[in-house]
Design a protein around this ligand. Structure first.
Ligand code: ARG
Length: 455
């Protein structure tokens, strides 16, 4: 394709280091779509004849059908998907195929293909996140009033509802959806027609090709058009942030599925056995989601380091932009699907959660608040009295709500029997009605709002 001024072919290693076809063949659908838009525009503008444009367009369809049926051949001599496709079209329809590459370069071609691919990948992730979000809402609704220990420092802190805990993840996912949408909107300008770097003297219509490919318009600067990979980096930042959220939920599944916690039983479909310990049910999928998040982060780092300090416009380093994006996308798609399956099918052990919430003196703050509200103590003093009440409960080996009134009154005479109204964990969570609080009523209201936002 470019051998005109060369007397010798490339060395075998040169060929091997130069070729991107082993991975960029994944762009074939986008490459065909970009070429079809380009050649139809060339015909409409009179840059090639309408007949030649139609012949090339038909050739592209033929090659697309071949790729769909048999896969893309991996000929290292043809370097990349762009040359591979052009060569196949030429075999199929003859030398007229040589007119396809008029007024474009592989530089604007690959930028366009890759942007189209990332856009499709974004849409795929958005659809998957919608399903995941819906699964979270179903489980949150089911467990809106079930009480569990809430943790800080992984120490039992205050009772919360499981529904509230699940809805915290829904918040993260809703932000992820927003981020992916923002990134998609910002990226939706078409580089095609930037040519090698400077634009072209041919009377091309960049608005027409941009519209044909579903972009909002053409990119505004040809140098930026061929050298910008922000869209790929943004995809990876969104993916990293999302994977990070998934890793936190995955970690909770791992912890919660352990015997000491016993908060969740993963379904058979989402557990694996041990080859040596027959009693084991391992949360491998959750562990892998946790692990994959690290790899996705690595992909972001990889592309940022590739792009760092590259001068304008195109440099061959940029060919390395694709593998990390492909890898991260595959890992993220799997991770979202796996977490969706686990969330849908897990059994939450609400009895166990309740028992632990009751045993951890988790309503100590409620007692302190009651002393402030009903007995008029300053909070610091109430905190102190409550600390002594917890100590007494420990001595007696009972939960806070089982400490006899006489014992509590010995700590502070202003305490009366109404205090038991706040010492139960149900009363505690029901009282947390401040905006964003854990009360079952709040959780149900938050689910209604979330459903409205997704719809
Ligand atoms: N395979 C190349 C890539 O992915 C296509 C662009 C090559 N452009 C060039 N001038 N050699 O980046």
């Amino acid at each position: 394709m470019w051998g005109g001024r060369f007397a010798e072919g490339p060395a075998a290693v040169m060929r091997a280091i130069n070729a991107s076809i082993p991975f960029d063949k994944r762009l074939w659908r986008q490459d065909i779509a970009g070429s079809k838009a380009h050649v139809m525009m060339l015909g409409a503008q009179g840059i090639v004849s309408v007949e030649d444009a139609a012949a090339i367009d038909a050739g592209l369809d033929r090659v697309a059908a071949e790729y769909a049926a048999n896969g893309v051949p991996e000929d290292l001599a043809l370097e990349d998907i762009h040359m591979q496709t052009e060569a196949r079209v030429a075999e199929a329809i003859g030398p007229v195929a040589g007119r396809l590459h008029t007024a474009r370069s592989r530089n604007d071609q690959v930028a366009t293909d890759f942007k189209l691919w990332v856009r499709d990948a974004t849409d795929e992730v958005l659809a998957a996140l919608e399903g995941f979000g819906a699964a979270l809402l179903v489980r949150a609704e089911q467990h809106a009033a079930d009480v569990m220990p809430g943790f800080t420092h992984l120490q039992s802190a205050q009772p919360v509802t499981l529904g509230h805990h699940i809805m915290a993840y829904h918040e993260m996912i809703a932000r992820d959806v927003g981020r992916f949408r923002d990134a998609r909107a910002r990226a939706n300008l078409c580089p095609l027609g930037s040519a090698a770097l400077a634009g072209t003297g041919f009377p091309i219509d960049r608005h027409a090709t941009a519209a044909a490919l579903g972009f909002d318009g053409p990119t505004r600067n040809s140098l930026d058009g061929v050298s910008d990979r922000d869209f790929a980096i943004e995809y990876l930042t969104c993916a990293t942030q999302c994977a990070l959220h998934l890793s936190r939920l995955a970690e909770e599944f791992v912890l919660w599925a352990s015997q000491p916690f016993g908060f969740v039983a993963l379904s058979d479909q989402w557990s694996t056995g041990s080859s040596i310990m027959p009693q084991k049910r391992n949360p491998d999928a959750a562990e892998l989601v946790r692990g994959h998040s690290g790899r996705i982060m690595g992909c972001l780092t990889s592309l940022m380091v590739t792009m760092k300090a590259l001068p304008l416009a195109y440099s061959k380093d940029m060919q390395d932009d694709k593998p990390p994006v492909f890898e991260a996308h595959d890992l993220l798609a799997l991770s979202i699907a796996a977490m969706t399956g686990m969330v849908e099918s897990a059994t939450f052990r609400v009895d166990r959660m309740r028992a632990l919430a009751e045993s951890g003196y988790a309503t100590a703050t409620d007692l302190a608040d009651w002393l402030v509200r009903e007995a008029g103590l300053p909070f610091r003093e109430a905190h102190h009295v409550t600390g002594r009440a917890v100590k007494r409960a420990e001595e007696l080996g009972v939960a806070l709500h089982a400490v006899p009134l006489a014992d509590l009154q010995r700590l502070d005479a202003r305490i009366d029997e109404r205090v038991y109204g706040v010492l139960s964990i149900d009363a505690s969570v029901a009282s947390r009605t401040s905006f964003g609080g854990t009360a079952p009523a709040n959780v149900r209201a938050a689910i209604v709002v979330a459903r409205g936002e997704t719809a």
